[in-house]
Design a binder for this molecule. Sequence first.
Ligand code: ARG
Length: 717
Amino acid sequence: MKRILAAIVLSFTLLRSYADEGMWLPLLLGKQVYADMVKRGLKLSADQLYSMNKASIKDAIVIFGRGCTGEIVSGSGLIFTNHHCGYDAIASASSVEHNYLKDGFYAKSFQEEIPSHGLSVQFLLKIEDVTKEVEAELGNLKGAERAKKQSEVIASINARFSDPAKSIEARISPLFKSNQFLVFVYQRYNDVRLVGTPPESIGKYGGDTDNWEWPRHTGDFSVFRVYADKDGNPANYSTTNLPLKPKHFLPVSIKGVKDGDYAMIFGYPGSTNRYETSYGVKLKTDIENPSLVGLRDIRLKYMLEEMKKDPAVKLKLASDFAGIANYWKFFDGESKQLLKYKVADQKAKEEAAFIKWAQDKPEYKDIFSDWEKAYASWRPYAKHRMYINEGVMGSPLAAFAASLMNIERLAATPNTKAEDLKKALDDAEERRKAFLEAENKESDVRILATTAQMFYNDIDKNQHPIGFYENLKGNYGDLKDDATYRKWATDVFKGTAIFNDAKWEAFKKNPATIQEDPAFAYASAFLKNWNSKYMPFFQQFNTQNNELARLYLKGIMQMNPGKKMYPDATFTMRVSYGNVKSYQPRDAVKYDYVCTMKGVLEKYKPGDYEFDLPKGLLELAAKKDYGQYIDKQRNDLVVSFITTNDITGGNSGSPVLDANGNLIGLAFDGNYEALSHKIAFDKDLNRTICVDVRYVLWCIDKLGGASNLIRELKLVR
Ligand code: ARG
């Protein structure tokens, strides 16, 4: 009886794993997964999702900027993405006088669209499997040798598939922990213009308080357009460029969503680690995440204080602040959920089953004992690494100073060519300009003082850079005293050449003098100490970890023959499918699957930093003037909904599609209860948070008056 039950439970869980969980490669859906999509409600053929030969949905999906997704929604290259994805471009286009971040913006004609320098979108042209070729080159190489060879082979295949003259860039992605290699070929368009954005009080409504949480009332969208030369080829910004005519664009459905509806998300999930070991999970919850969170706490606190004082500072720091805050909350929540769901124990159980299976298989039998040793040797330095990346380098001044280390090296090397030194100095000149433009001294001086103090208090004394704290004590006083660090940081800011044009010119004439610079002296003391003594341990650990992970996954696949598996996210195009669905976050509490304008108004706090609302919205909402975007059943405007789809950071801006491939929303977040999702997908609690496209269109049309944009769309009613 027991056995039969176990067998039933097993086959049930294997089946269940098809639903919701999974970031599938559109190229390799396979019959099993496609059939399951159809069973869940999909009405399209596999060819309509992804095809090499004719236009398909994949042609309407772009990599937006460096880490987001966008989708083409008109025949003239109109792009929808999230507000937080367009944030940097919106802030850069803004000034205190024309503050689009604060007030919003809509172009009423092509001429009014604002070029966004440095922003690009990439279309996926094709995917090819090059596993055989890569593996033939790698043979039986192991460890560091294998890693080195792998980078070389990848670089050479990428070059073969790329064509810089046509802006075609190929990037191989190692999948299943380097058990499979696919080359993804993209075409990059550099002329991308800002077309529209709601004010931040809509686009980031709820701020960091509501970030990563449901219920959610944020209108997280922005609108861009991609331009090309007259033949539709990529071209740098020019007034003669024309809106791109895309191969495919998404129709937009304003029919609205119901609980249980099919939902499909295409996009670029950045990273997951679903086969993370119990050791890795423990390192994260014990050391890595708490260190990052603690260090970011203080950076955010000092930045926010200055941002609240002055709108110019707010504009200057807003984008960096948002990025730091976003993952501050993420990693804090991730730790909490990993601990709450005892994920390390879950992993240990899976590992025990693997170890049992592997005991008579020489290739696999030692994986976990080797892994345990690798973690044990690395663990004593893991905190130091976080304190370098998030602490020392968390001060923008120190990070810029550290970037001058190559100049020091060139100046000290006897046979450095004059032109190499000149080039490095010219680069530094450019970066200095950008640094000074972005710098807010008032917050940075306090970040510098506090991070140096935290390093002193929290990092093993044996690992400190030799001499630094001894000198600090000699010149500034007791190392237990906050004032010591504050006095020192003030002097660094006063003394450094980085803020002083005359001294900076003198440094350029005689680069070796940089060693005397107090900002440089600090940054280089900590980085040289790290690079020379501890970084090698990290590299060694990394190589071992990758090697073991590759073997582990290879073993897992042998252990489960025939099981349909999806690879971890690698910022390559994936499709995920699921349903619109409510959930129960905890006992006796049920969350509805939509949020409405009613809830937007309930959260409203006039004048608040995160919960203020634009006057126009309040007026229209008071009249319930929702036009064709109203949800008739609720007699309200639906602003957001949730689905069971498996996504992660990088998917931001992704289209949420109905069973017919029409756009119904934009994915913009994950829920707090499932913040452990990078490591373990929770089938009951995981939700994707989407802005309803009807709210997007209402903001553009009714609130923004940009009916010109609505006319471009293909609406499905
Ligand atoms: N958590 C969202 C994501 O990573 C970003 C939301 C941005 N909003 C914010 N309040 N920081 O996709």
